[in-house]
Structures are given as structure tokens and as C-alpha cells.
Design a protein around this ligand. Sequence first.
Ligand SMILES: *[C@@H]1O[C@H](CO)[C@@H](O)[C@H](O)[C@H]1NC(C)=O
Ligand SMILES: *[C@@H]1O[C@H](CO)[C@@H](O)[C@H](O)[C@H]1NC(C)=O
Ligand SMILES: *[C@@H]1O[C@H](CO)[C@@H](O)[C@H](O)[C@H]1NC(C)=O
Ligand SMILES: *[C@@H]1O[C@H](CO)[C@@H](O)[C@H](O)[C@H]1NC(C)=O
Ligand SMILES: *[C@@H]1O[C@H](CO)[C@@H](O)[C@H](O)[C@H]1NC(C)=O
Ligand SMILES: *[C@@H]1O[C@H](CO)[C@@H](O)[C@H](O)[C@H]1NC(C)=O
Ligand SMILES: *[C@@H]1O[C@H](CO)[C@@H](O)[C@H](O)[C@H]1NC(C)=O
Ligand SMILES: *[C@@H]1O[C@H](CO)[C@@H](O)[C@H](O)[C@H]1NC(C)=O
Ligand SMILES: *[C@@H]1O[C@H](CO)[C@@H](O)[C@H](O)[C@H]1NC(C)=O
Ligand SMILES: *[C@@H]1O[C@H](CO)[C@@H](O)[C@H](O)[C@H]1NC(C)=O
Length: 276
Amino acid sequence: MVVLLDFVSLLVLLNSACSMVLGEMESPIVNLTLDPRKRILSWNSRRTVTQQTCTIATPLDPDTSQEPQVGNNDTYFCSFPNAVLHRGATLTVNATSEGQEFSEELAFNNSGKEGSGAQNLSCVIYNIRLMNCSWTRGPAAPADVRYQLYTWTSLHGNVSECSHYILDSAGTRVGCHFDELGEGHTTDDYFFLVNGTSSNTDIPFLDFPSVNGPRLEKYNPPANLTVKDNVSHYVIRWDAPAMRYSLSNSVLCYALDIQKMGSFSKREPGSPGSGD
Ligand SMILES: *[C@@H]1O[C@H](CO)[C@@H](O)[C@H](O)[C@H]1NC(C)=O
Ligand SMILES: *[C@@H]1O[C@H](CO)[C@@H](O)[C@H](O)[C@H]1NC(C)=O
Ligand SMILES: *[C@@H]1O[C@H](CO)[C@@H](O)[C@H](O)[C@H]1NC(C)=O
Ligand SMILES: *[C@@H]1O[C@H](CO)[C@@H](O)[C@H](O)[C@H]1NC(C)=O
Ligand SMILES: *[C@@H]1O[C@H](CO)[C@@H](O)[C@H](O)[C@H]1NC(C)=O
Ligand SMILES: *[C@@H]1O[C@H](CO)[C@@H](O)[C@H](O)[C@H]1NC(C)=O
Ligand SMILES: *[C@@H]1O[C@H](CO)[C@@H](O)[C@H](O)[C@H]1NC(C)=O
Ligand SMILES: *[C@@H]1O[C@H](CO)[C@@H](O)[C@H](O)[C@H]1NC(C)=O
Ligand SMILES: *[C@@H]1O[C@H](CO)[C@@H](O)[C@H](O)[C@H]1NC(C)=O
Ligand SMILES: *[C@@H]1O[C@H](CO)[C@@H](O)[C@H](O)[C@H]1NC(C)=O
């Protein structure tokens, strides 16, 4: 009898210990959310936390960790501007509060029918203020898919949707023409996102790491080519193409292709600056 009583009291003790632990160890991290366009993870903390770390894991890139920035009202956030999210991501926040460690995880999925999203996006900037983008329809895209392209150059800047879509023969949007890019700065980083709608299914989005503006620019051929001769020499001149992003002369090289009637062509590398 004595033995039995001891056993019962031990059970009671264990029970109260468990519920005490559960009550106290509630995670301080709540409202964990991801803004997939801005690639910002944010959360609230409901008590004092120390030593927080956030981590993003995506299928093709190495994991990235950072210390969060502190916002208003016990809001914390981490920014992963170059994360690519269209294959999904796992976001983790680790925090220490009152000597205990906590870990909260958010599984981010790019929802929609597999293979229905846009693929192979590429964009070029040309004639200083114009930009073309093109992509291909996903192989499993429903017939009524309507893709939408968005672009922005800084996290807090405006997002613009394409205003002039280019359609393929079936009427599907497969490209975009932008005809008035703003002022260009060599530090511009362009972000692109293509998502879409259909009456049958959700369409997954396609995103990319940012691309520096100068890497998108495609130049026109040199302009105003003239050839003059003065008995002993031919003098060939041209003007450098107009450029949105000015580059140092050593980046742009010309090749001069001289063809004589009835002979093979001869290629002369032009020296930098020879266009002036
Ligand atoms: C979590 O989000 C809800 C809804 O936005 C808000 O009412 C609540 O205060 C948040 N929790 C904390 C601890 O900030
Ligand atoms: C912080 O909380 C106060 C009071 O609840 C509210 O007025 C304010 O808008 C909040 N600020 C932010 C950035 O959420
Ligand atoms: C966060 O916590 C989890 C689980 O305790 C652990 O596996 C992971 O390594 C921690 N991550 C970091 C960056 O500390
Ligand atoms: C995301 O996908 C994983 C694995 O497919 C699944 O376990 C999880 O429930 C999904 N999350 C959401 C929010 O749909
Ligand atoms: C288009 O993208 C798909 C999937 O992202 C890839 O498998 C394929 O090779 C790409 N096609 C071209 C022409 O780049
Ligand atoms: C851009 O698209 C427009 C309209 O479709 C087309 O006329 C032009 O040739 C394209 N230019 C480049 C450089 O791709
Ligand atoms: C965003 O758009 C508004 C209205 O079109 C404009 O006034 C503002 O300057 C733009 N902001 C940036 C950062 O481009
Ligand atoms: C596509 O992305 C834009 C920009 O983030 C968003 O405003 C829009 O709601 C998205 N559309 C769909 C159908 O998800
Ligand atoms: C022709 O032009 C070249 C290059 O400017 C110069 O070196 C040369 O002396 C000129 N020849 C004559 C005959 O003017
Ligand atoms: C070509 O020459 C014309 C007339 O001199 C000039 O207006 C134009 O800017 C030149 N083009 C380039 C690309 O320099």
C-alpha cells in the first residue's frame, strides 16, 4: 500500500512538471511570414529575445543565415534580396529567450500546377530607354494561361507591370515591351517576376536573382560610318553607339571587317576609343 501511494504521487509530480514545462516553453516567435516578392521574412516576438538568427534554405543555393534587423513593435525582419524562391524555400528563425532555445520554421511553397509557369525569361535594354523581355510558356500550361511580368529596381521602389505584352500565335503572352524606362544608373539592379492566372489552376511564379542594369544592355552597332581617302590612306570613322550606362572605353571593343571586291575578308581588331 505504501509503495502504491508513492507511485501515485510520483505520477502527479511528473504531470505537473510536464504542464509547467509546456506552459513556459511556448515559442516567443509568432506571425512568421514571408513576402515572396521582397524576399523579406518577418515575425513578432512576444517576449524578450536574445541571439536571434534567421536562415533560408533553397534547393539550388547554399543556406544563408543572418542576424535580423529590428523593426517597430517587436517586429523583426530578415532580407534575402538574392534568394530565388520559385523552387520553394524553408525559412528558420532560431531565438534564445529566458535561457531557452527556440526554432520556428516556415515552409514556403510556390503553389500551382507543376510545369505551367513561365520558363526561360530573358530581357535586354536597348536604345537607352527601351526594354524587351521574352519567356516561353510552361509545357503544362493550360490554354487560357495569362502570364504577367513585374519588374522593379529597388526593394522599396515601385513595382511596374508590363504595359505592352507580346503574344504568340495562340494569343499567349510570351514577351513584353517597356517603352519608357526611367533614368539609368550603373548601380541599378533589376528584379523580375513572372506569374500568371488561369481559370483552371494556380500558376507558379518564376523569379531570379537581381541583374545589374549594365549587364542587360545591348548596344546598337556603331553609327555614322564614313570612309574617306586622301591618295595615301583610307580614313574610316564611326560614332560610338548611344549608351544608357556609360562604360569605360576599354570595355567596348570594335572589330573592323574590310572586304575587297573579289577577295576574302580581313578582320582588323579596332583599338579602344578608335570610334571617336
Ligand atoms: C500577430 O499578428 C496579429 C495580426 O496581425 C496581431 O494582432 C498580433 O498582435 C501579432 N502578435 C504579436 C505578438 O505582435
Ligand atoms: C505599433 O503599435 C502601435 C500601437 O499598437 C500602432 O499604433 C502602430 O501603428 C504600430 N506600428 C507598426 C509599424 O506596426
Ligand atoms: C537552429 O535550430 C535548429 C534546431 O535546434 C538547428 O538544427 C539549427 O542548426 C539552428 N540554426 C542556426 C543557424 O543556428
Ligand atoms: C509545402 O510543401 C511541403 C512538401 O511538399 C508540405 O509538407 C507543406 O505542407 C507545404 N506547405 C504549405 C503551406 O502548403
Ligand atoms: C528552358 O527552361 C527549362 C527549365 O527551366 C530548361 O530545362 C530548358 O533547357 C530551357 N530552354 C532553353 C532553350 O534555354
Ligand atoms: C523589341 O520588341 C519590339 C516589339 O516587339 C521589336 O520591334 C524590337 O525589334 C525588339 N528589339 C529588340 C532589341 O529585341
Ligand atoms: C513611384 O511612383 C510614384 C507615382 O507614379 C512616383 O511619384 C514616385 O516617385 C515613384 N517612386 C520611385 C522610388 O520610383
Ligand atoms: C503576381 O505578382 C504580383 C507582384 O508581386 C502580385 O501583385 C500579384 O498579385 C501576383 N499575381 C498572382 C496571380 O499571384
Ligand atoms: C592622309 O591621312 C593620313 C591620316 O590622317 C595622314 O597620315 C596622311 O599624311 C594623309 N596623306 C595625305 C597625302 O594627305
Ligand atoms: C550620327 O550623326 C548625326 C548627325 O551628325 C548625329 O546627330 C547623331 O547623334 C550621330 N549618331 C551617333 C550614334 O552618334
